[in-house]
Design a protein around this ligand. Structure first.
Ligand code: F1P
Length: 342
């Protein structure tokens, strides 16, 4: 087996996985709408572990932005072991996201939530027949996110797209829901146009630290890309909200640092100013965004629903760095594909 064969296939097949997922979400549209979160719940909570916790962060920010309903994200272990510092009173819609559908912490969090009669559960996962698949009032399986690799790439972006679709539906934004169908083509273009740039950066051994900046609905993506860089290439990597970078982490900027800015359009000026500071300190910068960026989407898709496009090139940089260090991104150091506790 060639090192990274699975991960390469999984990264490059994301557009097809997204198309298949959108078909499943369309099939579940009525059931999702019938939950009527804005009318029936005081808050929505998203949860997962590792990658799917970062997914929960991204999904919560987007859901609150679109629906106006309070939405937060917690690691499943927090909901399971520290419910009092997590939940607030009032009927809750819990959305549990898990590639495997059998991560122990996620199952325990869902069991405790249901036992505590806190509200209703929606589950999103990639493998049918797993414990999580039967626990929700609505259970959505996205098999196109299944993958052989331990480090999530296709699973993350496909499950994330599922949460973005739910957010559009729950916000009554059928227009945004419909335009999700433009994302697979935009993803294909990104993977084609920037694979070489990602390879150059991934193979650049003069880079010894990575910072991923993202704010609002993009902070979760920053966290996920940082985790990919750690899991696949064993590199120093950290995510920050854009403006937070000046409050200390900036001290780490050297010519060997690469700062990847997942730049929005709405706050482009402020976010670009942070990246300009990094450059002035001699750090290297890669801007990713819809327009005027090193990695440019030009998707024509509304800002709220194109955050999945920030993922592919960052995943490829981590993938290429892993291979250039002689590692195998299909089987990261110390990791299993599912954390099962006794
Ligand atoms: C969650 C998870 C992954 C991580 C690793 C171990 O799995 O923590 O996020 O990358 O593979 O498992 P799941 O609940 O999403 O299946």
């Amino acid at each position: 087996m060639e090192k990274g064969q699975y991960t390469r296939t999984e990264i490059f097949s994301q557009p097809e996985a997204w198309s298949a997922a959108l078909e499943v979400l369309t099939e579940n549209r009525r059931a999702a709408l019938d939950l009527q979160p804005a009318r029936r719940y005081s808050q929505i909570i998203y949860t997962g572990c590792g990658s799917t916790y970062y997914l929960a962060l991204a999904a919560a920010a987007l859901t609150q932005e679109l629906t106006g309903l309070p939405a937060r994200a917690f690691p499943a272990s927090e909901l399971w072991l520290s419910p009092r510092s997590s939940y607030v009173d009032g009927k809750t819609l819990l959305v549990a996201v898990s590639r495997s559908g059998e991560t122990t912490e996620t199952l325990r969090a869902c069991e405790a939530f249901l036992a505590g009669k806190r509200g209703e559960l929606v589950t999103l996962f990639c493998y049918g027949g797993m414990p999580l698949a039967k626990m929700g009032a609505l259970n959505i399986v996205l098999p196109s996110g299944q993958e052989q690799s331990v480090a999530q790439t296709r699973a993350f972006s496909t499950l994330y797209l599922g949460t973005a679709a739910l957010a559009c539906l729950w916000a009554g934004r059928e227009d945004l829901f419909a335009s999700l169908s433009k994302l697979p083509e935009a993803g294909r273009r990104l993977l084609k146009n920037y694979a070489l740039l990602a390879a150059e950066l991934g193979r650049d051994a003069s880079i010894d630290r990575f910072y991923w900046l993202g704010s609002g609905p993009r902070y979760g993506q920053a966290g996920e890309l940082s985790l990919k860089m750690k899991e696949m290439s064993l590199s120093h990597s950290e995510p920050f909200h854009f403006m937070e970078f000046r409050h200390g982490p900036k001290s780490m900027v050297t010519p060997s640092a690469l700062v990847v800015g997942l730049r929005s359009s709405v706050n482009a000026a402020q976010e670009s100013a942070v990246l300009a500071d990094v450059k002035a300190l001699g750090g290297r910068v890669l801007t990713v965004g819809e327009e005027q960026a090193d990695v440019q989407f030009e998707s024509g898709v509304g800002e709220a629903i194109r955050n999945v496009l920030y993922l592919p090139v960052g995943q490829l940089i981590a993938f290429e760095r892993s291979l250039s260090k002689g590692l195998n991104p299909d089987q990261p150091n110390n990791l299993d594909s599912v954390v099962k506790l006794s």
